[in-house]
Write a protein that binds this ligand. Structure first.
Ligand SMILES: Cc1cc2nc3c(=O)[nH]c(=O)nc-3n(C[C@H](O)[C@H](O)[C@H](O)COP(=O)(O)OP(=O)(O)OC[C@H]3O[C@@H](n4cnc5c(N)ncnc54)[C@H](O)[C@@H]3O)c2cc1C
Length: 448
């Protein structure tokens, strides 16, 4: 029995059914989850439109002249909805092809082996040998602010908003915050970013963050550093955001990007004896089991890395464990080896050990870095921004991690991710006969 049909729930359902389990999945919104409806897909679709709009400036450097493109918010909304619908439908088809029973409704635990499903037709109690809770998370709303979906927005109000913000204030400079800065500047908004620390992306490699800040400043983004928003008011013209150090920003709209909270209330976790931590996340072991061994959690509600890819992999591991495959050769999910990307321009992607982490651990590393300005393909693309950095063990040459800033970083990082997962050496990357001219050549150069 699976509660929540996001990437964690879907993957577990498909895989468990393929392995022979009788699976029911209950989803209250759309199959595909928040990942499809609110997060990964709509945000990246909007970013793709922003990228296409600003491509006209790249074109000028390539010998083409065209006036900048005009944004049609109605058509953009249709496009976002169309892609979400299409992806959700293909997920439903895949689940149905594996004979997963999909229930449109709300799931709630009545006890350790019983889930109550509430649908428009009424309620039904389903007995289950194993239960997966994959109910995801939602945007965190602080008590000093009340989003109205009009001027005071959460990320979920932005696909697209009713009008394009003339001046958007973004609160929060983590991954979501910087992606929204990029998205809206590319679409044509003036943006002010409130950065609580002295650097955007405070947990990331400072060199990577600096490259992004430089790009933002180039685009005219105002960075308000060392400030925490603590009040937002609506005015006749828009919004006023007040910060704890006395600074005040007036804008037409504000979007909150200050993290998320787990969807773990009203699930009957108490009735089943499932423990949550102080933040409301279900505590799990390396098999994604809660303290009740046959009740599992995957995805954002498990409080591990809040990434769609991680949720899917957890779902797969849950299916393997439920069906007894963990007794065979089984690789545990290593969260430290998860690749991640930030879909700004330039794109940012990283995997494995970071330089700052290595220094903190006192671990000896070899770092090699190659700028894309040395790459033939980057020059041909008229976009030589960014670099590839690879971290390896100086004694063995084993690749420990890497970061990429630049065009297609999210795609290129897969090579380093594979090397990190499979314990490949830098020499293995150098020895690969790669395509020329291609951005991936910079990976081989950085591995030298
Ligand atoms: C703006 C934004 C952009 C993001 N972009 C990316 C990205 O590019 N790449 C990436 O890897 N990650 C991204 N993420 C993170 C990613 O969206 C999440 O990590 C991922 O969605 C988590 O998947 P999940 O399986 O936990 O379920 P979710 O996708 O959160 O889905 C959970 C589902 O459970 C359902 N549900 C909840 N309670 C019940 C109930 N009681 N009964 C029935 N159904 C229920 C909900 O309706 C929902 O559909 C982004 C996040 C945000 C906020």
């Amino acid at each position: 029995m699976i509660i929540g049909g996001g990437p964690g729930g879907n993957m577990a359902a498909t895989y468990a059914a393929r392995l022979g389990a009788d699976v029911t999945l209950v989803e209250k919104d759309i199959v595909g989850g928040a990942a499809h409806l609110w997060d990964c897909i709509p945000s990246k679709t909007m970013i793709a439109t922003g990228g296409a709009k600003t491509f006209t400036s790249t074109m000028r450097g390539m010998g083409l002249h065209q006036d900048s493109a005009r944004l049609d918010l109605g058509a953009l909304k249709e496009r976002v909805d169309g892609i979400v619908h299409r992806l959700s439908s293909s997920t439903v088809s895949l689940l149905e092809s594996q004979r997963v029973r999909i229930v449109h409704g709300t799931g709630r635990l009545l006890g350790p082996h019983e889930v109550e499903l509430t649908t428009v037709a009424g309620t039904e109690v389903v007995p289950a040998d194993a239960i997966l809770v994959s109910t995801g998370s939602r945007p965190r709303i602080p008590d000093w602010c009340q989003p109205d979906g009009d001027r005071i927005l959460t990320t979920r109000d932005c696909y697209p908003p009713k009008t394009l913000p003339e001046h958007l204030v973004v609160v929060g400079s983590g991954v979501t915050g910087v992606e929204f800065v990029h998205m809206f500047t590319a679409l044509g908004s003036k943006v002010t970013l409130i950065v609580s620390r002295q650097q955007v992306l405070p947990t990331k490699d400072p060199e990577v963050a600096a490259a992004l800040e430089a790009e933002f400043l180039d685009r005219g983004v105002t960075l308000l550093k060392g400030a925490r928003a603590n009040a937002i008011e609506r005015t006749d013209e828009g919004v006023v955001v007040r910060c704890d150090d006395g600074r005040v920003v007036a804008g037409t709209h504000v979007v909150l990007a200050i993290g998320s909270v787990p969807n773990s209330e009203d699930l009957g976790l108490d009735a089943a004896g499932v423990q949550v931590d102080r933040g409301g996340y279900i505590t799990i072991n390396h098999h994604c089991q809660s303290n009740v061994p046959h009740i599992y959690a995957a995805g954002d509600v498990s409080g591990k890395l809040p990434l769609s890819s991680v949720a899917s992999m957890q779902g797969r591991k849950v299916a393997e464990h439920v069906m007894g495959l963990h007794t065979l050769e089984h690789r545990h999910l290593d969260y430290d080896k998860a690749a991640s990307a930030i879909f700004t321009e330039p794109e940012i992607a990283e995997v494995g050990l970071a330089e700052a982490e290595a220094f903190a651990l006192g671990r000896k590393i070899r770092t090699t870095k190659v700028p894309f300005s040395f790459s033939a393909k980057a020059l041909i693309n008229n976009d030589p921004r960014g670099f590839v950095k690879i971290l390896s063990d100086p004694a063995t040459g084993v690749v420990l991690g890497g970061s990429i800033v630049g065009k297609n970083a999210a795609e290129l990082i897969s090579v380093i991710a594979l090397a990190v997962t499979a314990n490949l050496r830098v020499g293995d990357i150098v020895d690969s006969l790669l395509v020329h001219p291609a951005l991936s050549e910079a990976l081989a150069d950085a591995a030298e």
